[in-house]
Design a protein around this ligand. Structure first.
Ligand code: SF4
Ligand code: SF4
Length: 203
């Protein structure tokens, strides 16, 4: 089970600013067990955001956020997601990454992903999130360079990225190519100019 803990509400609020249609997506497996993404936590976040003046377009609680394989699947659960300009994922970093990969809508997570908790039911997990416990995946609309770049480049690509491919393995896409494509599609390239500080690996 992936171990997560909820981010403070104040750190989620900036992602809601300026959004007209916020949609919330939970996870009824690990995050529900951790009380960071089940129905009670979703309803609490809906209430907090609405109280802060951010009406929620809709929400959905899939079985496991990291097992979603198509956007159509989410639409079939709640078609309001089509109107969203922001999806808040109450799951682990992998679940957030999976949702981000299915859509051009801005995506961020509401949790810190702390550890693998012993074992994972999904092979994808370790490739999409390395459980750093300081999740800033929202700064990249749900694509984690810390986990997906072999050099963990946090402030742009290294000099080896070529034609969208990674120099470490030309079979793989450079994660910074994916990030730039996504941020461009949501008109947020200037956000990438923010300097990302080093993560604290002591804990
Ligand atoms: S920043 Fe990346 S590695 Fe860290 S918790 Fe978020 S998704 Fe996982
Ligand atoms: S090419 Fe891209 S993914 Fe590969 S090491 Fe360089 S920045 Fe990271």
């Amino acid at each position: 089970m992936i171990v997560t803990k909820a981010k403070p509400f104040d750190s989620i609020l900036p992602f809601a600013e300026g959004r007209k249609n916020i949609f919330i997506l939970g996870c009824n497996v690990c995050a529900a067990k951790m009380k960071t993404g089940g129905e009670p936590e979703i309803l609490k976040l809906v209430g907090q955001l609405e109280e802060a003046g951010h009406p929620i377009t809709g929400w959905v609680l899939p079985t496991a956020a990291c097992s979603i394989r198509s956007f159509d699947h989410l639409i079939s659960k709640n078609e309001k997601i089509k109107d969203a300009d922001c999806i808040l994922v109450m799951a682990c970093g992998s679940g957030t990454s999976i949702v981000s990969s299915l859509t051009d809508i801005f995506v961020t997570g509401t949790n810190e992903t702390v550890s693998l908790g012993g074992c994972s039911g999904f092979d994808l997990s370790e490739r999409l999130c390395v459980f750093c416990g300081e999740c800033n995946i929202g700064d990249f609309s749900g694509i984690c360079p810390n986990a997906r770049c072999p050099k963990a480049q946090m402030n742009g690509p290294c000099g080896g990225s070529k034609n969208g491919k990674c120099e470490v393995s030309r079979d793989s896409e450079c994660v910074w190519y994916l990030i730039e494509k996504k941020m461009d599609s949501i008109h947020s390239i200037p956000k990438l100019h923010d300097i990302q500080m080093p993560k604290n690996h002591k804990v």
